[in-house]
Design a protein around this ligand. Structure first.
Ligand code: GDP
Length: 195
């Protein structure tokens, strides 16, 4: 889709702060440093929109973006960063659990993983958590430009098997460097958002 408008509407920590209205919503989750911000910026054609408080050490918030006035993206703070304290991790857990279990507008979650490596235990836990709450998942396997084309299918298979991807979910090969997978990612987002 041609993105003409993409703005942050709020950084929320609790439901009272979530935007009102009934726009379909897509959440974006992933391990810290996996390439989630780059994915968001790439598909929105923006240079540095998704950066605000997404880095470890910064306030952990759910960042809501309004795209073309028709859909919200919700950037979920990254997980799996070793240096985060137990208290911070617990606060993160509570915040995302509340969001994922109560937000009716949520249509699907993009789970960004690294195509180069087998998904981590944290990745598997996040995927299972989403499946437990019956949230559709679009797995985006990014950094494809870092491995030769001839190995893509083999790596995709490893990701699929480690996550045990459920029927109906999608997996998209992606690169924020080259833009590979951009149309396919949008297509999946559109399908789940009912647009
Ligand atoms: P985040 O913490 O998940 O938001 O990760 P970032 O988007 O900040 O990316 C982490 C690092 O990976 C940065 O140095 C990016 O430039 C790099 N990166 C992200 N996506 C890609 C990609 O598709 N290809 C390559 N080669 N590098 C990437």
């Amino acid at each position: 889709m041609k993105v003409t408008k993409a703005d942050i509407v709020i950084s929320a920590v609790k439901p009272a702060q979530y935007p009102e209205g009934n726009l379909p919503e897509i959440a974006l989750a992933g391990r810290s440093n996996v390439g989630k911000s780059s994915f968001i910026n790439k598909i929105l054609n923006r240079k540095s929109l998704a950066r605000i408080s997404s880095k470890p050490g910064k306030t952990q918030t759910l960042n809501f973006f309004l795209i073309n006035d028709i859909i919200h993206f919700v950037d979920v703070p990254g997980y799996g960063y070793a240096k985060v304290s137990k208290t911070e991790r617990e606060a993160w857990g509570k915040m995302i659990e509340t969001y994922f279990t109560t937000r009716e507008q949520l249509k699907a979650t993009v789970l960004v993983v690294d195509l180069r490596h087998e998904p981590t235990n944290d990745d598997v836990m996040m995927y299972n958590f989403l499946k437990h709450y019956e949230i559709p998942v679009i797995v985006v396997a990014t950094k494809a430009d870092k491995i030769p084309k001839g190995k893509w299918q083999k790596h995709l298979k490893v990701v699929k098997e480690a996550l045990d991807i459920a029927e109906g979910d999608e997996i998209v090969l992606f690169s924020s460097e080259t833009g590979l997978g951009k149309d396919e990612a949008w297509k999946a987002i559109y399908r789940f958002a009912g647009l």
